[in-house]
Structure formats: C-alpha cells, structure tokens
Unconditional design. Structure first.
Length: 71
C-alpha cells in the first residue's frame, strides 16, 4: 500500500477508504493502483510513500525464449 498525506484545510470523508474521515495533515494508506488518483490532486494530497515496484520475476514463455535464441 502506498501512503499519501491530506493537505486540505477541512476534514473530508473518503468513500474509497470505507467512508473514513481524514483530518488535515493526516497520512493514510491507499491502494497502490489508486496512488496516482490521489497525488494528481496537488492541492489536496501529497505523496509520502510511492507504491512499491512489483518484485515478482517476469516470466518468459518457452516459445518466446526459443524465438529470441534463434535470431
């Protein structure tokens, strides 16, 4: 989960976070996939911790591997 800080002047209710009330200067965790949707609102949210890169190794199919070796 990524983290953002609410920098608005008044408390807000965030439906996406289960109708959670967020106070000014409060830091909250948001789904990694939605991080950009928050930080693009620069007057309201600021980035604290960006989503972590996917750590799983990329898989290559056998057919793709064979094609790249032939060339």
């Amino acid at each position: 989960m990524a983290r953002v800080r609410y920098i608005g002047a008044e408390p807000v209710t965030v439906p996406e976070l289960g109708d959670r009330s967020v106070q000014p200067d409060e830091m909250v965790e948001v789904p990694d996939a939605r991080f950009d949707g928050y930080v693009c609102q620069t007057a309201t949210w600021e980035a604290v911790e960006e989503p972590k890169a996917d750590q799983s190794p990329k898989k290559t199919t056998a057919a793709k591997a064979a094609t790249s070796k032939e060339g």
